[in-house]
Design a binder for this molecule. Sequence first.
Ligand SMILES: [Zn+2]
Ligand SMILES: [Zn+2]
Length: 325
Amino acid sequence: MDLADTSVLGRDNVLQPLWDSLRLNYRDYLRSPLFPVVLTVSSYFIICLPYLVCDIMGDSWAWVQRFKIQPSRRPTATTLLHCAGVTSYNHVFLVLPASVAQWAWRPPLDLPEQAPSLLELVAGVIGNLLLFDFQYFIWHLLHHRIRWLYVTFHAIHHKYSSPFALATQCLGGWELVTVGFWTTLNPVILRCHLLTTWAFMVVHVYVSVEDHCGYDFPWSTSRLIPFGIYGGPSKHDVHHQKPNTNFAPHFSHWDKIFGTNTVPYLTCVDMYCFPLLTDLVKLLSVRHVLFLWRQNEITVRIISSVPFSHIQTIYRFICCILHYL
Ligand SMILES: [Zn+2]
Ligand SMILES: [Zn+2]
């Protein structure tokens, strides 16, 4: 589908002033083939920074640590430095040469006069996320099921079973190149406007870092999108603990179809309604629920993977609302 087709998604002018301002004031920068690389690399470090500060502050920010998915496991200075080292190596030896090659061989882009409509931009970002989700799901499944692929390319990303923001790009070169290739190619396949392409790139960096941040905040994408449609940090955290589950990077549907979906542990936000959860569990006759006491805090671990996921999402939604009342 051509997402730039105005007959499909209609047209509004909400983004036109922004696009005009960018186009007229920063034309040469935006046309450069280096711009998407600079945008994604700078977004990555800026988005990682607040999570990194939370990790470094540790117990002195107890109110933040309440949202840690694995509270007893925090990154050490050594693990942070290792991931920073791998990320720097990848950027110097892969991202930089690829960027220079693009700069040398690719002509500057033409900037269209017309901005995308807001609906077109949102649909484009969601379309790109869905396409990437499918591509990465297949790639990820194969790299776990075929041992040679796992050991050679993907094992480095599983060095840490309790992820943290900087582990997002703790990747082998092949994985980084593949992810970069799809992120660049998909907006071209979907014929997205440049503004939509750049918005997708930043959103994609954000959700990828969020997946690995190690915190399940009330504003996590998985909590904002209802009915367990979106996986988010708690689900990807489960993948790092149980590597044969939850292969999709963003959405839940492929794991549900392929039977690899595993429901994450409930974290502290859910604990505000602990009595309600107990009633709900009785009501649904869901067995296999393990209640663990840890440091005066109750952690509830859902062992059963079905049929709790939709109910759990509704329940989480109720919890969040009650929490803020
Ligand atoms: Zn991961
Ligand atoms: Zn994996």
